[in-house]
Design a protein around this ligand. Structure first.
Ligand SMILES: [Zn+2]
Length: 429
């Protein structure tokens, strides 16, 4: 199946193409979006003046807060046209409702279709979908729609349920998983404990969602290594969010998630909303293209990433997004060192005696950040705490406070009402 033509064009051609799409988007917002009509009016923006991607800088950004406070004003269609109601996962603050029309569902299907193509998927593939399809969740449905469009097979096992996962593998011989990567080590443990020959199973690859599997230099991080060292499968990372309605999925080169220029405009901004250079971390800021119900203009996702613009060996010339280093609001300043939770997870994932964990950040008497790790360990010796702290000092230059609990207690504490994922980061600031 062919790579979309636009993805093989030069970067200047892609830019021109996106500027054409931007014009359509601005016209649409100016006609249909109460929120952006008001923003253009109050900021004295004449959309006719915005013709290049650089001109976007004249328009104020849209924040999660704006979206939360004025959700209804973002809706560009009559309620009657809405088919699917989804909500954001609410990792940061209250969940936001997103409405999707029939055309938006088609767009979502196309987005995952080209994303799975990018991840070497063909109609010979059968994916086991270890992702929630209901609970007002967009992603699971998006994968389903994209794979269906591609003609690949789908087995909707959902998350968890190790026994069912292996039963399904035996019964249907799927070629790949779509899953959060941290579930794969759990599957491996289950297989080992139950004498299942998982390494000779039909599974050859996994599309990994929600958590990074790579370092910023694209080598596998601790979690990624832990998986491939125990199970020889190919990993593809994918990054997406409800607000974007668009995925950045890796190709076989594994050098970051490819940008699909038909779907979205991406900027990378510093804290003053100025663009960062290639090689510098910036906040992913997006303008959706072709969205009917709730299009967004210069929406700041909160995710900090690097971007890469040199052409890829797969034949695509589109920009690639490195792993999410962290969320802007989750930035931790510990004794002068800037940290994001994923780098802490990475250290903890490498320590064998720590089975699971919860990270808690709070503000101390001095008004600075305090970091406490609840570590789930079966047995704790005198040296355990020191060795964990040494690991932190070696990799992140600072060591947090550590409190030991039984792994079962951690699991219980990770379950929180109204959360679709286990809670491993608690921010008390
Ligand atoms: Zn590529």
């Amino acid at each position: 199946m062919p790579i979309p033509e636009i993805e093989q064009k030069s970067l200047p051609e892609i830019k021109k193409f996106q500027e054409g799409k931007l014009k359509d988007t601005l016209t649409y917002l100016n006609n249909k979006s109460k929120y952006y009509q008001r923003l253009f009016r109050e900021s004295n923006i004449n959309i006719e003046d915005i013709t290049t991607l650089e001109d976007l800088l004249q328009i104020p950004v849209t924040t999660k807060d704006d979206l939360q406070k004025h959700t209804d004003d973002f809706l560009c269609v009559d309620k009657k046209k809405i088919i699917d109601y989804v909500t954001t996962s609410g990792t940061m603050g209250e969940p936001v409702t997103f409405a999707m029309t029939n055309a938006d569902l088609d767009r979502l299907a196309y987005n995952e279709y080209i994303s799975f193509l990018c991840a070497d998927t063909t109609d010979d593939d059968i994916y086991q979908l270890l992702v929630t399809l209901d609970k007002r969740f967009m992603a699971g449905m998006a994968y389903f729609l994209g794979l269906r469009k591609l003609g690949a097979g789908i087995i909707r096992t959902g998350p968890g349920l190790q026994k069912l996962q292996f039963e399904s593998i035996n019964k249907f011989n799927p070629t790949g998983f779509i899953t959060i990567p941290s579930f794969i080590p759990k599957l491996i443990n289950y297989a080992k404990e139950n004498g299942i020959d998982y390494s000779n199973s039909s599974i050859k690859k996994a599309v990994c969602i929600g958590e990074p599997i790579r370092n910023t230099d694209f080598t596998l991080n601790t979690l990624g290594k832990k998986i491939v060292d125990n199970w020889d499968i190919k990993l593809y990372s994918t990054y997406a969010s409800t607000e974007m309605g668009t995925a950045f999925t890796e190709c076989s080169a594994g050098k970051g998630g490819h940008h699909h220029p038909e779907m979205i405009i991406v900027e990378f901004l510093d804290k003053d909303n100025n663009p960062v250079k290639e090689g510098e971390p910036g906040e992913v800021t997006i303008t959706t293209l072709g969205v009917e119900a709730m299009p967004l203009l210069r929406f700041k996702t909160g995710d900090i990433c690097h971007h890469h613009i040199e052409p890829c060996t797969c034949g695509r010339n589109t920009m690639r997004l490195g792993p999410v280093i962290g969320r802007k609001q989750q930035m931790i300043k510990l004794k002068g060192t800037t940290l994001y939770p994923p780098s802490i997870y990475d250290v903890l994932n490498e320590i064998d005696c720590v089975e699971n964990y919860i990270i808690e950040v709070s503000t101390n008497d001095m008004g600075t950040d305090d970091l406490l790790i609840y570590a789930g360990c079966k047995s704790v010796t005198e040296d355990t705490e020191k060795s964990i702290k040494d690991n932190f000092r070696a990799k992140l230059r600072v060591a947090p406070k550590i409190k030991f609990l039984k792994p079962d207690e951690i699991t219980t504490n990770q379950m929180q009402e109204n959360s679709r994922k286990p809670v491993i980061f608690i921010d008390k600031r």
